[in-house]
Design a protein around this ligand. Structure first.
Ligand code: MSP
Length: 679
């Protein structure tokens, strides 16, 4: 069994993760899942970089101990990664003892070898980059990345003899051209190293936040030197069995930090006598509407919000299908919705709906494979393109190859018109076509598993294929199956089409439907709550003729959203009787407290007049807990209880959520009696 050790950059924790960091984790996750699909023994490691000065400052601003702050941020990061279905095997933090042991050992070895020596440093230091900046790179005296004035630092510290590794690095790049990908970054790095390397400062004096140097505990290890070592500390180094996983097969990192990974890191490893990773892939940047993502400029995108809007799988799909891995790519809500509609609602989701509907309409829900093997040319080509695409980390073409099977199934249905075969009573031909179409869709779902794990599982389930996601294997499960019998299941649309762009809508949210469902696979639940059960396409109509839903779907983790405009299509309207089933009541908040480790949730005690209840609402980002006490709210009183972060919630609070904005509670001119029905 091949072994595959994969890592991402570890993130600074002075802010919550943004979409750029999430992009990297999602891409790496697709690669990790692909290797598991191939049957490799995979170790996928991510983590948090905690010894940065900005992290220290942020904690202090909040009046917290740095470590306590980092503990809390770990929870926030893990929550985002879990929501995005990022399947890491280990999560390392640079404040952990196992990491400290590895850092001290590597530093000790380099020191022993004479590669770490004492000297005096003075220069400009950008705290956000955690890097000394040569005068010549400053723009009007400011850091070109952060546009802030660096600090002038003059201190005695330790240096690493990077200059001594120039020739060995060049020799390594020559012997292993695959070491740096993509090629453009390889050329960039090569030019840089050929131009000569300067020794770098690797310690900071008079700082307590960091890992002490073993030979001079008054100084701490420079944060980058510290952070890079996470890749070996996660393997257990300096324990002897660290070589079970080291060297890493792939470091996935952003293009801004390739110099650290392709120059400094290999030199550090050479110095300490450790093997070098096989490959470093420097991916591009995700911009927002063409702008660099920045919280202060309002161009930062919250990955949770993106996943809340249309689902984690559609977000994963957009980022890996639309942004070529290695190049920069843009994110906008409009493009995201476009990709959702075109690929998922109109194409893949519609195909699933058609296949399962036809199976039920014409074959009582059971499809039979009668051993006929069609011309597999295009099918085999798609599998091969998928495999070779992912082997060379071309995530976009892997995704396109999987989708080509969906196209092939749609074409087959259009060409063979099963409804005519049904009318003519040609059962053998009908079985052949439907089996064929379902089989193409099944294999597409297998190939899509790394990209959209939850939806892929749901598609397979509906196709009647018993499977356990972790045991899916490329060779066996993507091969054509000509025989068998399968009972297909019908269900609600996985991705109801968006009629009006959700990015232009104002919605009324019932909080916190979402959090309750974070554990539910996205694919398994959308739309049922709103579209009132399975909606089926008529096969006689075109491929894209899917029942539409003017509202965005309610993906995992999102409040049920009822668009305020435009007016719902006629077939989505409900009768007054249906509306009256929802028991809306006036209540008053008597106590409120934030739910620990949750950004959005607040626990409320409410008074309904005749009874007291506890419920959990997703409004913590908009309201301070204290400010909620005494407020009148409207709640859905007859909702089944749901557990949110371990707290049982008995009802939901109504709030309006302007698109991209924070929830606003419904308010009254003057407070009605508690328990009054709202209709
Ligand atoms: N802590 C360092 C990495 C140390 S690795 C030994 C760091 N952290 S970071 O939080 O600033 O960035 C984490 C990763 O996210 C980096 O690989 C970075 O390139 C990537 N991205 C940050 N913003 C990004 C985009 N807008 N788009 C894509 N990736 C980006 O650097």
């Amino acid at each position: 069994m091949a072994r595959f050790y994969l890592t991402t950059a570890i993130d600074y924790v002075n802010n919550r993760p943004h979409l750029g960091q999430a992009y990297e984790k999602i891409c790496a996750d697709v690669i990790a899942r692909y290797h598991r699909l191939r049957g490799d023994a995979v170790r996928f490691v991510m983590g948090n970089d905690e010894h940065s000065q900005n992290v220290f400052k942020r904690a202090r601003q909040l009046g917290q101990e740095p470590l306590a702050y980092c503990d809390q941020m770990e929870g926030e990061f893990r929550q985002v990664w879990s929501k995005l279905d990022v399947s890491f095997d280990d999560f390392i933090r640079t404040t952990e003892p196992r990491h400290r042991a590895a850092v001290q050992e590597m530093v000790r070895r380099s020191h022993e070898r004479g590669d770490i020596f004492e000297g005096e440093y003075e220069g400009w230091y950008c705290v956000s980059c955690e890097e000394f900046k040569p005068e010549k790179v400053l723009v009007d005296g400011a850091c070109p990345v952060h546009h802030t004035k660096p600090e002038w630092i003059k201190e005695r510290n330790y240096f690493f003899r990077l200059s001594a590794y120039r020739d060995r690095l060049i020799a390594h790049y020559e012997a292993h051209p695959e070491f740096i990908e993509p090629e453009s970054r390889r050329n960039e790095i090569r030019r840089l190293v050929e131009g000569g390397l300067e020794d770098i400062s690797v310690s900071r004096a008079g700082q307590a936040w960091g890992i002490p140097l073993p030979f001079d505990p008054k100084s701490v290890v420079y944060v980058w030197f510290d952070a890079l070592i996470n890749y070996v500390s996660a393997t257990g180094y300096p324990r002897a069995d660290y070589t079970d996983w080291w060297p890493a097969d792939l470091h996935v990192i952003g293009k801004d930090i390739t110099r650290f990974h392709c120059v400094v890191w290999p030199a550090m490893l050479m110095s300490a006598g450790l093997a070098l990773p096989r490959q470093v892939f420097g991916h591009g940047w995700v911009t927002f509407k063409g702008e660099k993502m920045s919280k202060s400029l309002g161009t930062g995108v919250d990955p949770l919000e993106a996943a809340d809007r249309l689902g984690a799988d559609p977000l994963r799909w957009y980022l890996t299908r639309e942004v070529a891995f290695g190049q920069d790519g843009d994110f906008s809500w409009e493009l995201f919705e476009k990709s959702y509609n075109a690929d998922l609602a109109n194409n893949l989701g519609n195909l699933l709906n058609r296949v399962t509907s036809m199976a039920h309409r014409y074959r009582g829900g059971v499809l039979t494979g009668r051993g006929v093997v069609p011309d597999l040319g295009r099918f085999d080509e798609a599998r091969e393109k998928f495999r070779s695409g992912l082997d060379r980390l071309d995530l976009t073409s892997g995704a396109a190859a999987a989708m080509s099977l969906v196209d092939a199934a749609n074409e087959l249905i259009a060409r063979s018109e099963p409804w005519k075969l049904a009318k003519a009573g040609d059962e053998a031909a009908l079985d052949g076509v439907l089996w064929d179409a379902a089989e193409r869709l099944r294999v597409a779902a297998v190939l899509l598993a790394p990209y959209m794990p939850s939806s892929s599982g749901e598609i397979l389930r509906r196709l009647g294929v018993a499977h356990e996601p972790s045991t899916l294997r490329f060779d066996a499960d993507s091969a054509w199956q000509a025989n068998g019998q399968r009972s297909l299941l019908q269900g609600s649309l996985l991705w109801p089409r968006l009629e009006a762009p959700a990015s232009a809508q104002v919605s009324v949210d019932i909080h916190p439907a979402a959090a309750a469902s974070t554990a539910t696979p996205t694919a398994a639940k959308p739309a049922t709550a709103r579209s009132g059960g399975p909606a089926q396409a008529k096969e006689e109509t075109s491929v894209t003729d899917q029942p539409t839903n003017p509202n965005p779907p309610a993906p995992a983790g999102v409040p049920l959203t009822q668009a305020a405009a435009p007016t719902p299509a006629a077939d989505n309207r409900i009768s007054i009787d249906e509306f009256m089933k929802i028991d809306l009541r006036v209540a008053k908040v008597t106590a409120a407290e934030r739910v620990p480790n949750s950004r959005k949730l607040v626990k409320l005690s409410i008074d309904l007049g005749a009874e007291q209840r506890t419920l959990v609402a997703g409004i913590a980002e908009a309201y301070e807990a204290d400010a909620l006490v005494g407020r009148h709210v409207v709640i859905v009183a007859n909702l089944k209880p749901a557990k949110l972060m371990g707290i049982e919630s008995n009802g939901m609070v109504l709030a309006a959520s302007p698109d991209g904005g924070k929830p606003m509670l419904v308010a009254f001119d003057s407070p009605p009696p508690l328990g009054t029905r709202v209709r």
